[in-house]
Design a protein around this ligand. Structure first.
Ligand SMILES: Cc1cc2nc3c(=O)[nH]c(=O)nc-3n(C[C@H](O)[C@H](O)[C@H](O)COP(=O)(O)OP(=O)(O)OC[C@H]3O[C@@H](n4cnc5c(N)ncnc54)[C@H](O)[C@@H]3O)c2cc1C
Length: 453
């Protein structure tokens, strides 16, 4: 480490206890893993320099954004260096004429969303951590959010990357144009690689024109399964809302008294959001949606009449995750996906697992695209063995329903023991081989994604 520090002279380095503790923790509940050194880079040349030095001295290196990750991707589980990209936070250029933008990886998503919206543009990926998470972290995790139902996830908006390989070589992959198919899709490979195949130092993103009208409604149901069935009925009814978010009874209990009040008797709610170019058109669609929901058991819909009410509704939705922890001190938050038609069945099976094991299971999230945040709550570390059983059964049920173990949070360390439930040994070996080809010394973010040997 001493030799490495000497090599990195001139860069901002920190190894005080407070910094090591800060960079040793994220939002994944996977525990703390302290780096020996935190290094801050300001441009691609500095990132490359840090990578080369770590390769030379065989020191593990973990790229870090804002540490909002939910699967432990930014945790330096083998020690070594945490490389913070947060100071590379410049929006390089927004090109309204091309509907594209170029950013550095440390730009906070919420800042970028505001900057493009001020110019009448729209960047749809909207993880609920937008006020804090960085675009580099979004690229690494292929982040999604409520509006993925209509607009897709981060990968659908990344056109090109400046990318530092795990050897330190800097390259540009992808393109600046909206279309293009030259060569293999390396952007597709690197987006979602969870900080294991290289480091994004510049990102070119696709933008859309900002929808002129957005309307949001709250649809209460007495029963979560009726609500889940209504989600499908809306889509089969020929509507494609921008979001269809579901909150079950436990999620509602968690936010009770904190955000917008929910109607008496509500055992679940759907937050539905539609957008388009005319008030009349969007309002007509919203009415159709409410009537389909009513046919499937919804109580009276409440429509957010202005931006302020919309914001309050979404703020309440964002409260669910922290509020669940106030119900019971500990929780594991999963983000499984099942085929859309199996969502009601999945929710019923997950609740049954909780009942059988005496654990509270909350389900909420992006039901419109089958992506459920199923949370297992527990009161004391002594409950942990039962929780582990619940998680394993939950993952097996998900895969049996034709689903996947993670829809947006990534595998990281949180789910690597479950990867083989979903992927064959051949597929896992192929990915390991790719990793070793690009990172022969296994320096970059080691110990992530793949099951321990
Ligand atoms: C309250 C809350 C709500 C959330 N809601 C959502 C949601 O709706 N949808 C969703 O998808 N996620 C959600 N998340 C998870 C998290 O915010 C996302 O995974 C986000 O993309 C992480 O960004 P970050 O900047 O915090 O990255 P970090 O947590 O710092 O890092 C995440 C991964 O990215 C890698 N990385 C970081 N920067 C780079 C880079 N420049 N190049 C290469 N690799 C890099 C790291 O090594 C790590 O593997 C939520 C988290 C919280 C706390």
């Amino acid at each position: 480490m001493k030799a490495l520090r000497e090599e990195l002279q001139g860069l901002e380095l920190r190894d005080d206890e407070a910094s090591r503790a800060t960079w040793g923790h994220d939002e994944s509940d996977q525990g703390d893993f302290l780096p020996e050194l935190v290094v801050f880079a300001r441009d691609a040349a500095e990132v490359s320099r840090v990578v080369r030095a770590c390769v030379k001295h065989r020191v593990p290196l973990t790229p870090v954004g804002a540490r909002t990750g939910k699967s432990g991707g930014s945790l330096p589980i083998k020690g070594g260096v945490s490389l913070s990209l947060e100071k590379m936070n410049r929006i390089v250029e927004i090109r309204p004429g091309d509907l594209t933008a170029t950013v550095q990886p440390g730009v906070v998503l919420g800042d970028f969303q505001r900057a493009v919206e001020e110019r009448g543009l729209f960047y749809p990926p909207d993880p609920n951590s937008a006020p804090n998470c960085t675009l580099g972290g979004n690229i690494a995790e292929n982040a999604g959010g409520p509006s993925a139902l209509k607009y897709g996830v981060t990968r659908d908006y990344v056109l090109g990357l400046e990318w530092v390989l795990p050897t330190g070589e800097v390259m540009r992959v992808g393109r600046q144009t909206i279309k293009g198919v030259a060569g293999y899709d390396l952007v597709g490979l690197f987006v979602g690689s969870e900080g294991t195949l290289g480091i994004a130092t510049e990102i070119t993103l696709k933008l859309l024109p900002r929808p002129r009208v957005v309307m949001t409604a709250l649809l209460p149901f007495t029963d979560v399964l009726a609500a889940a069935r209504a989600v499908n009925a809306v889509l089969l009814g020929g509507l494609l809302p921008r979001c269809l978010e579901l909150l079950d009874d436990v999620a509602l209990a968690a936010v009770k008294g904190k955000g917008v009040p929910f109607p008496e008797g509500a055992g679940a709610v759907i937050i539905a959001e539609l957008d388009g170019s005319s008030e009349e058109g969007v309002f007509a669609e919203l009415n159709l949606l409410a009537s389909i929901a009513k046919d499937h058991g919804s109580l009276d819909a409440q429509i957010a009449v202005d931006r302020d009410q919309r914001e309050r509704l979404w703020a309440t939705r964002r409260m669910v995750s922290p509020a669940l922890r106030e119900l019971q001190k500990y929780k594991f938050s999963e983000d499984i996906v099942v085929p859309r038609s199996r969502v009601p069945e999945a929710i019923a099976r997950f609740k049954a697992i909780g009942d059988e094991l005496g654990l509270t299971v909350a389900t909420y999230g992006h039901a419109g695209d089958g992506n459920l945040h199923t949370n297992v709550l527990y009161r004391s570390p002594a409950d942990r063995p039962r929780v582990e059983v619940a998680l394993e059964r939950l993952m097996k049920e998900t895969v049996n329903l034709g689903g996947t173990i993670t829809g947006e949070h990534g595998v990281g360390i949180a789910k690597k023991r479950f990867l083989s439930l979903e992927q064959s040994p051949g597929v896992i070996d192929l990915q390991r081989a790719l990793k070793v080809m690009l990172d022969p010394d296994v320096i970059l973010n080691p110990g992530k994604i793949f099951p321990d040997a």
